[in-house]
Design a protein around this ligand. Structure first.
Ligand code: FMN
Length: 170
């Protein structure tokens, strides 16, 4: 692959199936920020660390650079529309959707009901990496849902066929 062959690079990355997340935070003025991300990964068990990469050009980038807390909401099947909505720039991202917001008494980032899981993180580290920034979060709280995960593969959303025990054994 030629180094400048971006298409081959994209095709290779598209060969890796991943989940889909919405990463969300609330800034000091009470404004909510969020973006769709598939670059989520677990990092460490002890302490419990995860990562997600944000484009330096994202409108929410400055807010995530300053954020002390953010949530990583792991999306479930049926949340494709909200995934696409949070991948759009210049729209009212939170207005049309029902998040659970923190309060002065109980500050926490926006949590999306119906997700597979919402990981509430404190900002642990930030690394500049090319045209993205790696956000390392320390998981402080987890809310687990009961659903089927949304999968992203080869630039499209996919439904995961859960194997039954019979299929696994056959
Ligand atoms: C399935 C999917 C996965 C994405 N993953 C990422 C990602 O990991 N990091 C990222 O910075 N943008 C990712 N994007 C693009 C952002 O969601 C998009 O650029 C968004 O508009 C950024 O929000 P903002 O500019 O309003 O902050 C992804 C988009 C889609 C549809």
């Amino acid at each position: 692959m030629a180094l400048n062959d971006k298409q081959t690079f994209r095709d290779a990355l598209g060969a890796f199936p991943s989940g889909v997340t919405i990463v969300s935070t609330t800034d000091g003025e009470g404004r909510h920020w969020g973006f769709t991300a598939s670059s989520f990964s677990s990092v460490s068990m002890d302490p419990p660390l995860v990562l997600v990469c944000i484009a330096n050009t994202a409108d929410s980038h400055p807010a995530f650079m300053k954020a002390r807390r953010y949530a990583i909401n792991i999306l479930s099947q049926g949340q494709e529309a909200i995934a696409m909505h949070f991948a759009r720039k210049g729209v009212d991202k939170f207005g049309p959707h029902e998040f659970r917001y923190g309060s002065e008494d109980e500050p926490h980032p926006p949590v999306l009901p119906g997700s597979m899981a919402s990981l509430v993180c404190t900002a642990h580290d930030v690394y500049a990496a090319g045209d993205h920034t790696v956000l390392i979060g320390r998981i402080e709280d987890v809310e687990l849902g009961d659903a089927t995960p949304l999968v992203y593969y080869n630039r499209g959303f996919r439904n995961l066929e859960l194997e039954t025990e019979a299929e696994t054994l056959s």
